[in-house]
Design a protein around this ligand. Structure first.
Ligand SMILES: *Cc1c(COP(=O)(O)O)cnc(C)c1O
Length: 381
């Protein structure tokens, strides 16, 4: 039988593993940080109308510049920054629609950035553990990945981050805040120190920004002074829109111009644009569940701590917990109880995302029962 090794595959792709979070049919799926709440009925209706209006025109290519979508994203980004500042200021009012970019998921946005600024002979650096797609996207463009370890408690100091950037002078730096899979946000001074130390592109991946605790600030306001900064976001998490595939970035118009060199023509279909626009016209309804998910996340943090696990600080819609004696066994026991969570390969740790109230309760009950029946689940016992 023909296998991969028989094909004239690129040498640098030989032996690589594809992204592969298990997609299993289970009652309670808390493994890929999706929003557990279905799209609200008002948004379903709006999306249906928006998509319907496009159908007869599908003989034509879509708007290559996704003009309306960029305008709606701009409004959302500015509103988010103003709400976060909390003092009536408008820290993102310098932005215009030229600063917005979008693609089929923020993974594609990141891929555009690495195609334009990475590629053969170049390097991208990240602070691990972090999002597993950052190295895969980097390497897919032929660039070399440089992994720098975070501290013992997964924290990252401004000094460590800046020193690593000065040592390796990468073409691209990835910062992920709130960080997947560890959950915590980065202090603003870390981002500023990296921007100061770097001569390349600095990507701040803010996929979970909407779930952050008070005190977290988006890097968007730093764009005014830092034209090599790119802030990436997604509609896959807080917006409950993972199935549509819509990610976006905010960056200097010269940077978004660079991305036009590498995107495929008409990369955002008319249906994707229509669905995303309809959703963005209903952001308050869509984001309604964010508060509920934060409450469920915090309930998980409390329950896991009380059971005796080491729980990492979290600004995201998920929780990383350590102190697990056998991650594979606990993962399987939870799956046997109908609850799918994620083994992200950090020894002694597992990650679980906040669910609906029922799902969160199911997880807490299942893991409590497992620990009661098998106290050795906890590594310090
Ligand atoms: C989920 C996630 C994304 C989003 O990916 P999409 O392609 O937009 O679905 C991006 N970055 C991180 C860190 C994530 O966890």
């Amino acid at each position: 039988m023909l296998t991969l090794s028989d094909l004239p595959l690129r040498d640098d792709l030989r032996g690589k593993e594809p992204y592969g979070a298990p997609q299993l049919a289970v009652d309670v799926a808390l493994n890929v940080n999706e929003n557990s709440h279905p799209v609200p009925p008002a948004v379903v209706d709006a999306v249906r109308r928006g998509v319907d209006a496009q159908l007869r025109g599908l003989n034509r290519y879509p708007d290559r510049e996704f003009t309306r979508l960029r305008e709606l994203l701009l409004t959302y980004v500015q509103d988010f920054s103003s709400r976060q500042s909390g003092d009536g200021s408008t820290p993102a009012d310098f932005l215009t629609a030229d600063w917005l970019w979008a693609a089929n998921g923020s993974n594609e946005v990141l891929s555009h950035i690495l195609q334009a600024f990475g590629g053969p002979g170049r390097t991208a650096l990240g602070f691990v553990p972090s999002y597993s797609m950052h190295p895969l996207i980097t390497q897919s463009t032929g660039a070399r990945w440089i992994a720098v370890d975070r501290g013992e408690d997964f924290s990252l100091s401004a000094e460590t981050a800046a020193a690593a950037v000065r040592e390796h002078h990468p073409d691209v730096v990835f910062l992920c805040t709130p960080n997947n899979p560890t959950g915590g946000g980065l202090p603003a001074e870390v981002i500023e120190a990296v921007l100061h130390a770097s001569t390349g592109i600095v990507i701040v991946d803010e996929a979970y920004a909407e779930f952050a605790r008070p005190g977290y600030t988006t890097a968007v306001h730093l764009l005014r002074e830092n034209p090599r900064l790119v802030v990436s976001r997604t509609m896959s998490k807080a917006f409950a829109f993972a199935g549509v595939r819509l990610g976006y970035a905010i960056a200097h118009p010269a940077v978004t111009d660079a991305l036009r060199l590498v995107r495929l023509p008409y990369h955002l279909s008319a249906l994707t644009q229509a669905a995303a626009c309809a959703a963005l016209e209903h952001t308050p309804v869509l984001l309604d569940n964010v508060e509920a998910l934060i409450a469920e996340r915090d309930r998980m943090v409390t329950a896991l701590s009380e059971l005796g696990f080491d729980v990492a600080e979290t600004d995201a819609n998920f929780v990383l917990f350590g102190g697990v004696s056998d991650t594979r066994l606990l993962w399987q026991r939870l799956l046997d109880a109908g609850v799918l969570i994620r083994d992200i390969g950090i020894p002694g740790h597992l990650r679980v995302n906040a669910g609906t109230t029922e799902e969160t309760t199911a997880f807490i009950e299942a893991i409590s029962a497992i620990v009661a029946a098998h106290p050795e689940t906890l590594e310090n016992l």
